[in-house]
Write a protein that binds this ligand. Structure first.
Ligand code: WT7
Length: 645
């Protein structure tokens, strides 16, 4: 076992931190005991309102209802841009760093205002109205942020679809939320390779007759298909538009965006977030957990296609008037020192990334890190999956040279902002632990029957009360939200994660307890991958599980039963990988496929995934009871023929 060493608060760091331990304790107590008082004060401090609220919070988990700052009026884009103009119009809002190290841009708050205003007017000219859904399928270029903010400005609801998703996935998401406008680019650029976004969009839109307008940013200038009645160049659309566009007054609970995420069953769900609570959650956690201080240069390496990009590239940092860095490329291009080169180039103070990136960089050794000074770094953060203590220590010792605390932040698409994480000036850090709850967050651990566990224990992680940036609905299927999150354990929000709590009350997330995989920080449902596999004519049945992977955290392990008479082959393996890429996207491709003449099933025909997970993980001595299987012999067959790795 790796020996875990605690890291007490560094007094040098704590001197200038936003929150001390004492303050955390006092505020946390107030946030639970007098929540209305606590949150009202924060809502006034962090956001500008055009009309005050009538009640701070009302909620009923059983009905899946919650309101925060009811009847209050505000605009998210105004809060991210307009209100900063007087004081920081000439301050850089967005530093854009291109895939190619020779390309970058600095966009001031004034310029951001103008860009967003022009695009807002262009969207209005296209007939986009408050409440309409607009789909974004974008590379990591400033226009992605402009588009999100322009939607927020006019009250349209954006649905960002990660550029790595397939045409099929894009189509499903456009149709599910009835988007009638799509914003994309000719191509994306990542790690020196181009991504055919417009070509993918064309394939998707062939099945989306209601999309009347496709705005296309010219990023690479590649040859692309064009539909004159539907496609409009972004630069043409904004060219004659005024930079001034009034911000639509929005209700606190008006929908702000939809973001699709995978669950254990069915198609991805459109997680819906509303305006005030989301903005408050992202701004406050950026200030207190990512410990933002005036003048800091903040870099979150996520893609805007994920919630991390929404909350910590765009909305949280801009609400706080920060300078946020947006990176088009990948950490290993042109080489493994890219992140540190960018840190030095732009004097980045806070660096927030995923464990998978840390492990990938760690595997390249210390030299690429040492080539750059990293002198500006003050704080390091991680998000997306459990971080193994070895990777944590490498991040802390090599990247941060023991000078920068590491905040391990646990949260989800559904939670909108960080839920469990240390405050770097307040908490002893324990590598591998997401530590303690944020203000107002009341976590609990329950056993499988829903009984709350006390003290040091391990169980299913639930949240006992509403918080401002909580999911409000699953778009188009409110009942599905109730069923998924609020029915497993009554009167609580069920996270889908397991966790351990130690004697100091620290939380250690152990990973998903449902059929959701987390591969390189990307979330996917085993059911989605299985559906993609069984679409192939040769496949009779498929079962997908996760298995421990050194870099990705989890890898995708697929057990595939072929139709009678079909022989496995390398060619077929490749066809199946392509099928998953085509159906979902390359990120979901199985790392390993095992040909399985039979799958372990109960007598009622249910696949026993527990056993498949154990076989995939090579944990053969803890297989558990296999006597209830319809045909126990299949287990030995699978063990003897495990996939090569
Ligand atoms: C799932 C949510 C919200 C950020 C990006 C992922 C896992 C997230 C941590 C962490 C251990 C983590 C959980 C969670 N997860 N952060 N710090 N430690 N696990 O968002 O795609 O909605 O996935 O990611 O399993 O349920 P997401």
């Amino acid at each position: 076992m790796y020996k875990i060493k605690n890291h007490p608060v560094d007094p040098d760091y704590a001197k200038d931190a936003n929150i001390t331990e004492q303050q955390y304790q006092a505020w946390y107590k107030e946030s639970l005991e007098q929540p209305d008082q606590f949150w009202a004060a924060r809502a006034k401090q962090f956001l500008d309102w055009s009309k005050p609220w009538s009640s701070v919070n009302e909620y009923n988990f059983a009905k899946g209802e919650t309101t925060w700052f009811k009847d209050g009026k505000l605009n998210a884009c105004y809060n991210c841009i307009d209100r900063h103009l007087e004081k920081r119009g000439n301050q850089v809002a967005i530093i854009w760093e291109g895939d190619d190290p020779s390309e970058d841009l600095s966009i001031t708050y004034r310029q951001l205002y103008e860009q967003v205003g022009r695009l807002s007017n262009a969207l209005l000219a296209q007939g986009v109205k408050k409440g309409d859904r607009v789909c974004l399928y974008m590379p990591m270029i400033p226009e992605a942020a402009y588009a999100m903010l322009a939607c927020a400005r006019i009250g349209a609801v954006h649905s960002v679809v990660f550029g790595g998703f397939s045409p099929e996935s894009l189509k499903d998401r456009i149709l599910d939320s009835d988007c009638q406008v799509l914003i994309t680019a000719d191509e994306g650029l990542r790690g020196g390779r181009s991504i055919a976004l417009k070509e993918n969009a064309d394939k998707a839109l062939a099945h989306c007759p209601d999309v009347r307008c496709c705005l296309v940013v010219k990023r690479t200038g590649a040859e692309i298909g064009w539909n004159n009645s539907r496609d409009v160049w972004y630069h043409d659309a904004v060219a004659d538009m005024s930079p001034d566009c009034p911000a639509q007054e929005m209700d606190s609970e008006d929908p702000m965006f939809i973001l699709y995420t995978s669950g254990s069953t069915g198609k991805p769900k459109g997680v819906m977030h509303t305006t005030a609570g989301y903005m408050l959650g992202s701004a406050m956690t950026h200030r207190y957990i990512l410990d933002y201080r005036e003048g800091d240069i903040f870099w979150c390496t996520a893609d805007v296609g994920w919630i991390t990009g929404h909350s910590y590239i765009v909305y949280g940092p801009l609400a706080n008037g920060a300078t946020t860095l947006m990176f088009e490329g990948v950490p290993t291009y042109p080489d493994a020192s890219r992140c540190w080169q960018v840190v030095d180039k732009h004097k980045v103070n806070t660096f927030y990334t995923a464990p998978t990136a840390i492990r990938a960089l760690m595997s390249q050794g210390n030299e690429p890190v040492k080539k750059f000074s990293r002198a500006s770094l003050r704080l390091l953060g991680t998000v997306g999956e459990p971080i193994n203590p070895e990777a944590w220590e490498w991040y802390y010792n090599v990247v941060g040279e023991t000078r920068c605390p590491v905040v391990d932040t646990w949260w989800q698409t559904e939670t909108g902002s960080i839920m469990i994480a240390p405050m770097p000036g307040a908490h002893t850090l324990k590598p591998g632990s997401a530590t303690v709850p944020f203000f107002g967050i009341e976590p609990a651990l329950v056993d499988n029957d829903g009984n709350e566990l006390q003290g040091a224990c391990e169980g299913n992680l639930v949240i006992k009360r509403s918080w401002p940036s909580q999911i409000r609905s699953v778009y188009g299927d409110h009942q599905r939200m109730i069923d998924t999150y609020f029915s497993t354990y009554p009167d609580t929000y069920f996270t889908g994660d397991g966790a351990r709590r130690d004697e100091d009350g620290y939380y250690w997330i152990t990973g998903r307890v449902d059929d959701v995989l987390n591969v390189s920080g990307h979330r996917m449902g085993t059911a989605e991958i299985e559906s993609a596999l069984v679409l192939h004519d040769a496949v009779a049945e498929a079962a997908v599980v996760g298995y421990p992977h050194d870099i990705k955290g989890q890898g995708v392990y697929a057990y595939v039963t072929l139709m009678a008479g079909i022989q496995p082959s390398e060619a077929l393996r490749k066809e199946l990988l392509d099928a998953v890429s085509k159906e979902i996207g390359a990120i979901a491709k199985p790392d390993l496929i095992q040909w399985a003449p039979g799958l372990p099933k109960t007598r009622s025909g249910k696949i026993m995934r527990r056993i498949l997970r154990k076989i995939a993980a090579n944990e053969l001595d803890t297989l558990g009871d296999t006597s209830t299987l319809a045909d126990p012999a299949v287990v030995n067959e699978l063990i003897d023929n495990r996939a090569n790795r």
